[in-house]
Design a protein around this ligand. Sequence first.
Ligand SMILES: [Zn+2]
Length: 320
Amino acid sequence: MTFVRTVLGDIDPAALGVTYAHEHLVIDGGRPVDLSPDFLLNDIDRLTTELAAAHAAGLRAAIDMMPADCGRNPMLLVELSRRSGVHLVAATGLHHERFTGPSHWSLRATEDELAGLFAADVEDGIDERDYTGPIVNRTDIRAGVIKIGGSLGGPSERDRPIFRAAAAAHARTGVPVHTHCEAGTGALEQIRLLTDAGVPGAHLSLSHVDKVVDRGYQREVFATGAFVVYDQAFRWGDRENGTLQLIEWAVETGNAGHVMLGMDAARQGYYTAYGGSPGLPFLLREFSDRLEERGIGADIRRRIFVDNPARAFAFAEVGR
Ligand SMILES: [Zn+2]
């Protein structure tokens, strides 16, 4: 293992601790907020309060999955990490096309240019204006993961060059790769494209896949060696909790070593500090209690919250 790249610097993966693997702690405008004002997350006092509550429940690290030109603000992430004492990892990459829009600059960039941009975010630092315009001033705050958005059923024509650019940036820098699975679908097609382009499953994680409560689908994903992030735990309402079911199945089939958890709570309405619910501590409080009731004890929870993120978000050795 090498290191995990946080917004405050590189750390030993063993120092990461209890980790939420897919979060949106900062969304400072951009197209998501244009689409829905509930996405706006830029009040440093409220966000510090929310993260401090999660810290009190045991949280020590979170991976912020907002990629380039989507409301990312590395300076706010730094301040939030300093004030809360929680390790934060920032992302580069590009989100699902609904969050970049039909006339986005990325559609006119070549695959090589995108790879160069992603690698620069990882090695040099994220632009202080997040690539919202042609003037780029790099901060010294570096991205520790590449997050890319796939489409329903797998990567679309728009997505494919972005996925290959992420793979090229991975080869150059060793940065781990993380994907958005639209409605939980397309995981296998995404993995195939990325592994063909040189990203080993061990450095790849896929989010939202617990939207598809299908044991066979999940086993096929596990068989590739990739990690999943189950991030739907609080969204089942009166229905049977599919996330809980999938964790049970993963444990039964010996795949707990591939599972991570996150909240993906990208809205004010999910944060207690904004008057919403269930609040960021949910996974470490109510949901951990439910896991315990279902026989998923502290040893398994430690793998899911601590050991797996330490592997999944560690940089690969480069120069292979
Ligand atoms: Zn997300």
